[in-house]
Design a protein around this ligand. Structure first.
Ligand SMILES: Nc1ncnc2c1ncn2[C@@H]1O[C@H](COP(=O)(O)OP(=O)(O)OP(=O)(O)O)[C@@H](O)[C@H]1O
Ligand SMILES: [Mg+2]
Length: 332
């Protein structure tokens, strides 16, 4: 098989909102593919369509060769899904949650037992397997969700914000499990709004904004396309931002100029030699600079370049995620 996933013009409309708009992607077997975008970009909706949880409004998709609408049950047998919201039963132990899931997938007794031990050990939860899930920490819950998504050995694994709200150490730990899985040949689609996560893990990323794919490539290529360096200026007075931004835009020496509430960034070739000019332009306009930094482009800069917005400006999804899972559990 050539592609583990292939979409053709896939679109999802919710009355007023077009959550996913005409998305075309092909993901190779064994790829670790990232969907990167801010809150409300349409990442979860796309994953939901690919995992047969939501029916597309138009367009189509094949996962592991099966059509997500016509062959939904075959798709479901081929995939594992780790949802953004925690959907474990906290009145059961970790092992019981896995056992239940294994039964749902029709795994017979001996195989099921063996798979449960395997996935528990993969996410290092063997020691706590017999504790009630309500006693688990946030990181343990995520790890158990990942284990559950893997129990039937899926060909394709969807991970929707697998590290949302976790501390950096636990996040790094989960990255290791994810990398282990790709070594075993599992195709992984991961959504995240953590740019460094996408950069670190993914073979390729699609930047998705307002339901549309803005650009798809390897993190390396995306960054190198911006040019050599990024200069970031912090101003003494944020009231000067718009004026200085216009000056740099007009001057045209940068391949990209972008601004946030108190900083201006620009992508330039040969950053060191451009700093004097950058400072002179500010000085001549009577604008004081608080600090200057020079760095190699990161995916933050790529996102800013392609969308004109900083992903961080809208980065309050931890909170939203928490609120959502709370309303979720209240409904049940
Ligand atoms: N069931 C629904 N009914 C109506 N609108 C919806 C529904 N699900 C999603 N949307 C809307 O579709 C858009 C995309 O939402 P989606 O959850 O796919 O974004 P996301 O990229 O996963 O965001 P986040 O980073 O917050 O998880 C949003 O505007 C959202 O409000
Ligand atoms: Mg989401």
């Amino acid at each position: 098989m050539l592609h583990a996933i292939e979409t053709s013009g896939i679109t999802k409309k919710f009355s007023e909102v077009t959550a996913v708009n005409n998305v075309n992607i092909s993901i190779k077997q064994g790829e670790l593919f990232g969907l990167l975008g801010p809150n409300g970009a349409g990442k979860t909706t796309l994953i939901n369509m690919l995992s047969t949880m939501t029916v597309p409004s138009s367009g189509s998709a094949r996962v592991w060769g099966f059509d997500v609408v016509a062959d939904a049950s075959l798709v479901r047998q081929s995939i594992g899904v780790v949802f953004q919201d925690i959907t474990l039963d906290d009145r059961l132990t970790g092992r019981e949650n896995l056992d239940l899931h294994g039964r749902l997938y029709g795994l017979g007794g001996r195989i099921r037992k063996q798979r449960i031990e395997e996935v528990l050990s993969l996410v290092e939860l063997t020691d706590r397997a017999d504790s009630l899930v309500k006693t688990y920490s946030g990181g343990m819950l995520r790890r158990l969700q990942i284990a559950r998504g893997l129990i039937h050995r899926p060909h394709v694994l969807f991970l929707d914000e697998p590290t949302l709200g976790l501390d950096p150490q636990t996040r790094a730990h989960i990255w290791e499990y994810i990398m282990t899985l790709t070594k075993e040949g599992v195709t992984i689609v991961l959504t995240t709004h953590y740019l460094e996560e996408a950069d670190h893990l993914c073979n390729r990323v699609a930047i998705i904004d307002r339901g549309e794919i803005v650009v798809i490539d390897t993190p390396k290529t995306l960054k190198s396309r911006l040019g050599g360096d990024v200069i970031t200026l912090e101003l003494e007075d944020s009231a000067d931002i718009a004026r200085l931004y216009a000056i740099y835009e007009h001057d045209g020496f940068a391949t990209m100029v972008s601004r946030s509430s108190n900083e201006i960034s620009m992508a330039v070739r040969d950053g060191e030699s451009k700093i004097p000019r950058v400072l002179n332009l500010a000085y001549n306009a009577g604008i004081s600079i608080h600090s200057v930094s020079l760095h190699k482009p990161a995916l933050d800069d790529v996102f800013l370049y392609h969308t004109g917005r900083a992903i961080k400006d809208t980065d309050n999804s931890e909170l939203q995620g928490l609120m959502r899972s709370r309303s979720h559990s209240m409904r049940r």
